[in-house]
Design a protein around this ligand. Structure first.
Ligand code: 6PG
Length: 240
């Protein structure tokens, strides 16, 4: 795993770089196999990137988008990661609906929904139980507690390594999340982290040694490339 840490003085510069990085990764996937698989991050940070991608002219039919995690709410709920991505990006481009693979949140039992999404991944990637999908690009954010996707500190989701999708827990609220072994199979993982409030956790996450149970973003050690794109406010000033 090659780790690259890039720090930007401003948000626009960070977002321009992240857009170009995503486009380059998608393009290399198009050349390699004719399509690309892209896992979206939730939260607020990536919205500006999605708005930039919505302005691009891309072969949308070649891009399949998945979600790395989802709050367990309806897709019309203000907290929905699916809703945010559609409003910021997909409602503005001609991406076929069949290319969007949102996490299901309709079942009263989130564990059943986790199984349903896992089955949809197995079907898409034509893999059987025990095999892991290899996504081309996984975009991640990081919370000020060091969580990523919906892998929160000291939760059971951190120990789930025999599933593709599991149920995360934020303050008692269920969330669906890819498991960290799935994320680590990706060809390219890109963290987008901004803001002063992220700096303390980031210093623990990026330190040479640390505790992944308390700082779950440390679990992300992908087979492929790992990029940390930070703004100066989040910069922990470690001797990288
Ligand atoms: C979510 C995200 C989560 C997010 C971090 C950072 O569903 O909220 O997947 O992991 O990336 O919490 O969120 P912000 O970008 O809003 O700071």
């Amino acid at each position: 795993m090659a780790r690259s840490i890039e720090i930007f003085p401003s948000l626009p510069e960070l977002m321009t770089r992240s857009k170009q990085l995503v486009l380059d990764q998608l393009q290399s996937s198009f050349e390699a196999k004719g399509y690309a698989t892209f896992v979206l991050a939730g939260g607020s940070t990536p919205k500006a990137l999605y708005q930039l991608l919505a302005q691009e002219s891309l072969p949308w039919e070649k891009i399949h988008c998945f979600w790395g995690d989802e709050r367990y709410v309806s897709p019309t709920h203000p907290d929905s990661n699916e809703r945010m991505a559609r409003e910021a990006w997909f409602n503005h481009v001609a991406i076929p609906e069949k290319n969007l693979h949102p996490m299901p949140t309709h079942d009263p039992d989130p564990f059943r929904s986790a199984r349903e999404y896992e089955k949809s991944l197995q079907d898409f990637f034509e893999i059987s139980s025990g095999q892991l999908p290899i996504f081309d690009v996984v975009l991640l954010g990081m919370g000020d507690d060091g969580h990523t996707a919906s892998l929160f500190p000291q939760t059971t989701a951190l120990g789930v390594v025999d599933r593709l999708v599991t149920v995360g827990n934020k303050d008692g609220q269920p969330r669906l999340t890819l498991t960290y072994p799935v994320i680590n199979q990706a060809h390219c993982v890109i963290f987008l982290v901004t803001g002063e409030n992220k700096r303390p956790a980031l210093s623990h996450v990026l330190a040479e040694r640390g505790d992944a149970l308390n700082y779950p973003s440390r679990l992300i050690q992908p087979q492929g490339k790992l990029y940390w794109l930070l703004d100066e406010k989040a910069n922990p000033h470690l001797p990288f």
